[in-house]
Design a protein around this ligand. Sequence first.
Ligand SMILES: NCCCC[C@H](N)C(=O)NCC(=O)O
Length: 419
Amino acid sequence: MNPITPSRATAWWICALVAAALYGNYYVYDSIGPVADALQAQRGFSDTQVGLLNAVYSLPNVVLILLGGVLVDRFGAAKVTLGTAGICLLGALLTALSPNFEGMVAGRLLFGIGAETFGISTLAVLAEYFAGSNVAFTMGLALSLGRLGSYSTDMSPTWFPHAYAQGWQPPLLIAAAMAAASFAAAAAYWWIDRRVSAAAKHTAEKQAQPFVWRDLLHFGKAYWYLLILCVLWYSVILAFRSTFSIKYFQHVHGLDLAAAGEMNSYVFLAAVFATPAFGWLCDRVGRYAPFLAFGAVLLPISLAVMALSRSGLWVSTALIGVSFSLVPAVMWPLASKVVAPNRFGTAIGLMWVVQNAGIGGANLVAGWLNTRAGASAQNPAGYNDMMWFFGICSVIGAVFALVLWATAGRKDQELASRA
Ligand SMILES: NCCCC[C@H](N)C(=O)NCC(=O)O
C-alpha cells in the first residue's frame, strides 16, 4: 500500500466518508437479528434457516478474502471499496425484496461476498491516507462508526416501530436504504481519491504487490494463537450477538422485541466509545497481550452469568460490552506486532478467512442445536445446548489468549517488539 500525501483536511474527509460507509455496511450485517422472530412467525423459517441467513455471509469468504486482498493491492482501495459497496447494495436489495427463502439466502450471500473485501479495502484506505500518523486512531474511529451501525440496527425496533409493526420486510428495506447510503459515501470517497491520485500521479505511482503463496503459512507461534482467539472469539460474539441473542432475550429472559434489541444494542453502543479509548490506552501504556487476555476471559464469564442467572442481564451485557470493545481494539495492533510489516495484509487476510469459516460454522451449529432442542418461548431450556456451545468456544479462545500472553506477550517481549 503506497502512502498518499493529500492535505490533512482531505485525508480527514476521506476518513469520515469511509467511516460513514462502514456505518451502513454494519447496519445491514446485523439486520437479520431484529427480524428473526418475525421471519419465524410470518414466514415459518426455522432457527436453522435464520442461522443460514447469517452463515452465508461468512461461508464464501472462507476463500474469497484472500482474493479480495489481492484485488485491493492490484486495483487500489478506491475502486475495490466502490465496487464492493455496490455488491453490498445489490445483496441488501435482494434480501429485502425476495419472495422466498432461497432469494434471501442469495441476497445475504451477495452481501457477504462484497462486505468482507469492503472491510479490508476500508482498512487499506486509512493505511494509505494516514500512513505514519493517526493510523490506529482512524481505524479505531472507523470501527466505532461500524459499531454505531450495529447499535442502530438493534435500536431500529424502538426507532422505527411502525416498520416493524408491518412485518419482516420494511425493516429489511430500511437496511437496503442504509446500504445505498454506504454506497453513496463510497462513491464520494472514490471521486475525491481520483482527484488526489491525479494530482499526486508524479509522486505516488501505485504498484501491484505480488501474492506469494509459499509465504502464506510462515508465521510465528504468537500469530497462530492470535488467529485461534480471533476465530473463536468472533464466532461466539457475532453468531450470538448478531443472530440469536435478541431471540434468546425474548424467549429465555422474557423481554419484548424492543427491549431485547435495546439490551443487545448497549454492547455496540459501549464499543462506539470504548474501542478507540482502549486502543489509545494500550498505545499509551505500551502493553497489548494482557489487555487482550482480560477481554477474552470476560466473554465466557459474561455468557455464564447470562445463562445461569435470570436477573443478571445487565451484568452480562456490561461484561460482554467490555470484551467487545477491548478485544478488537487490541487484536489488530497486536497482529501488527507479531508479524513483519510487509506481511500484515496476508496475515489479516488469513485471519479473516478462518474467522469467516468459524462465524459461518458457529451460526449453523447454534441454529441446528436450537432446532434440534426445539428452543422457543415455550421451551427456553432448548437454548441450553447453544449456550454450552458458545461457552466452550469462548473458554478455549480465552485459554489461547492467556497462552499468547505467557509466551509472547510479556512486558520485555512487547517492549522489544516496539523497538
Ligand atoms: N461486519 C461485521 C463482521 C466483521 C468481520 C470482519 N472480518 C472483522 O473482523 N472486522 C473487524 C471488526 O471488529 O469488526
